[in-house]
Design a protein around this ligand. Structure first.
Ligand code: NAD
Ligand code: UD1
Length: 341
């Protein structure tokens, strides 16, 4: 059985990927410092898969902590590196917190991979590396524009760190997956997105408003150059995104990669406006949302969606679930977590 280390595996995307890994026959070891997740997630994973993965509470940005788990790292067949801070706005306020955590943890992982000859790395990148693209949809060849936030910059720099390291290291191979907007929850509603405090992202804000935890959703801007004036994003069901990691990992393990440092867009290939998301949520759940239109949010781009043809061709992967299914699953998760009937 291949052993895969999942950093950030108790987090939102990590936990869904752990489920898919276990269901695909991999042995999983999770490394997380629980800075943005809860240990109870392991119980959710066990309810779905029947297996509670091995877990180590480690701050990956601190090399003295990873030294303590050298035995785990030594025997791994691959690492999926999710662990990072991800709040764009917070990164503008506290840039060093972001550079320190996101870059140090990646460097630390790469050093350990070299030290223990772990060959395969999957890295969580983001569509934020494209900034506001001039042409849509974006392909992997679209220009990387100057990052709008320190968070975005950590993803650009991380991709560069990975490709530079690979140039000097014959055995190391990596795939960076540029995620678009992951949303929704596992169909069992045993795991889902659980932001600490007031959510920054659209979908948890919507579900918490529907649950009565937030009074009103603010829609940021209605004067964009889009059909209804609200911003467009490419929303992808988190379970579809999780499956892309399995496809990427299998590609590396079976040496089907074309170069040792590859990049793929992972999106649904379709854009939706904020108002379309709100209306679809209301339709599939039957819950009316209290919302108001407010000014644009600083740092937001107008529109982006993916050309995901390369992932379809090379990873033999494509999205299976619709926006409506994703929104319903997010609501089911919120209801179950809050005990709402
Ligand atoms: P998340 O915050 O739910 O999960 C990240 C996990 O990493 C958390 O469990 C956190 O406790 C852990 N972590 C953070 N720093 C750590 C450290 N130093 N040591 C150990 N553990 C640490 O976030 P997510 O939405 O699951 O995102 C996962 C990855 O995907 C991140 O790298 C993020 O930047 C990237 N990404 C996310 C999105 C999105 O919209 N959610 C979009 C594009 C890319
Ligand atoms: C951003 C980043 C993404 C990053 C993610 C993590 C871009 C293109 N994407 O996603 O890389 O990983 O944050 O947090 O920079 N909205 C509202 N009201 C709300 C919340 C959001 O109207 O209360 C709108 C936003 O203006 C945006 C859309 O909903 O148009 C999606 O926002 P959000 O969920 O925060 O994700 P992004 O900002 O697209």
């Amino acid at each position: 059985m291949k052993k895969i280390i999942v950093t950030g595996g108790t987090g939102y995307i990590g936990s869904h990927t752990v489920v898919e890994l276990i269901e695909s026959g991999f042995e999983v070891v999770i490394l997380d410092n629980l800075s943005n997740s809860n240990i109870d997630v392991l119980d959710g994973i066990k309810k779905i898969t029947g297996i509670k993965p091995e877990f180590y509470k480690v701050d990956l940005a601190d090399s003295s902590e990873t030294d303590k788990i050298s035995d785990v790292l030594k025997n791994a067949d691959g690492i999926i590196h999710f662990a990072a801070y991800k709040a764009v706005g917070e990164s503008v306020k506290y840039p060093l917190k972001y550079y320190k955590n996101n870059l140090n943890s990646l460097i630390n992982i790469l050093e350990n991979m070299q030290k223990y000859s772990v060959k395969n790395l999957i890295f969580s990148s983001s569509c934020t590396v494209y900034g506001q693209p001039k042409e849509l949809p974006v392909t992997e060849q679209s220009p990387i524009l100057k990052a709008d936030s320190p968070y975005g910059n950590t993803k650009q720099i991380s991709e560069e760190i990975i490709s530079d390291t690979i140039k000097t290291s014959e055995k190391l191979k990596a795939i960076s997956l540029r995620y678009f907007n992951p949303i929704g929850a596992h169909e069992s509603a045993e795991i889902g997105e659980l932001p600490l405090g007031v959510p920054d992202n659209l979908i948890p804000y919507i579900t918490q408003t529907a649950a009565g935890i937030r009074e009103q959703l603010s829609i940021f801007g209605s004067d964009y150059n889009t059909p209804d004036g609200t911003a467009i994003r490419d929303y992808i069901h988190v379970s579809d995104l999780a499956k892309a990691h399995i496809a990427a990992l299998k590609r590396l393990i079976s040496n089907k990669n074309k170069t040792n440092s590859e990049v793929f867009n992972i999106g649904a290939g379709k854009g939706n406006t904020v108002l379309e998301v709100v209306k679809t949520f209301e339709e599939v759940t039957g819950v009316k949302l209290n919302y108001q239109i407010v000014d644009r949010r600083q740092g937001d781009i107008e529109k982006i969606w993916a050309n995901a043809d390369l992932a379809q061709k090379e990873l033999i992967w494509e999205t299976e679930k619709s926006l409506a299914e994703a929104l319903l699953s997010a609501w089911n998760w919120e209801k179950k977590y809050r005990g709402i009937k």
